[in-house]
Design a protein around this ligand. Sequence first.
Ligand SMILES: *Cc1c(COP(=O)(O)O)cnc(C)c1O
Length: 346
Amino acid sequence: MQRQGILARYGPYFDLPAHTRPVTLLEGGTPLIPLPRLARTLGAGCQLYVKYEGLNPTGSFKDRGMTAAVSEALGRGAQTVICASTGNTAASAAAYAARAGLRAVVLIPQGKVAAGKLAGALAYGAQVIQIEGSFDDALQLVVEITRTTPLALVNSINPYRLEGQKSAAFEICDELGSAPDWLCLPVGNAGNITAYWMGFRQYAQGLPRLLGAQAAGAAPLVHGHPVAQPETVATAIRIGRPARGEQALQAAQESQGRIVAVSDEAILQAQRLLAGEGLWVEPASAAGLAGLLAEIEAGRLDPRDKRIVVVCTGHGLKDPDIITRGGFAPRGIPAELDALRQLLGE
Ligand SMILES: *Cc1c(COP(=O)(O)O)cnc(C)c1O
């Protein structure tokens, strides 16, 4: 079958204006990978899957929303798109703008963006501006400047982003035949969990319970108030004032699920666990699994005979430093067979 982007595949399900002019990199269609070995350790009859969103064109789920947002902006006659980003939105906006022949401007928090994301945004030709402040400060600037200029805002406040991001829920239902029992995913600005819930409701193939996971140092939706100085190794969810916070809380509640906080240690441990299954994801992407494991451990979630989908939102290559800094430096030896034998104990 010829590969299609999400707009072609699920067109009628998206509420997009008639002027929309499709800009696609054939995003979506990401694999739903079963993890039977890990599932067995969780409980009898548990079926565990990873929706591996790191295999989108720019390495994260952001491409689903960006194809929709940039298509709308292009059709409207915009010449420049602008966003604030913890990194993946920047890379995605830059790529889709390049594809559309538009200019991209991205504002990032200084020194807090993973290497692979910054490199991506630059490689696709975006104008990258470092803000001496947090993601939340950058987003506020973007919102303010787009009020009085024709720059097209492509953060997830843009409703078309959520339209496109619904497609991941459609794909999961298509592949499993119905919605899973639980959907576990990281929550940062909270657009994705909101979009999944919209998507599951619209597709009417059953509803999952949602387990959202925030990093403990950036968990405004768990604490019930904004976090002035969010801090976590999971830079993609280092957000203290989520734009879609209210909707995310409502989605979790309607689904009879919840949003929980997980420590950086638990996130990195979940990242290692996934890598042990052959799936290298960036730290934020492992938060959903970390949340699931913590809830099972605490006896608050019974995985037995359940179908559980963990959304891994971005590729590990986005954030290589977190691995190499973590004491994984390779050993050096002379180029001699004896030295190799000795090291391997063979
Ligand atoms: C953007 C992002 C998130 C958070 O998604 P929100 O929609 O902001 O909640 C999580 N993981 C990765 C890899 C991301 O890029």
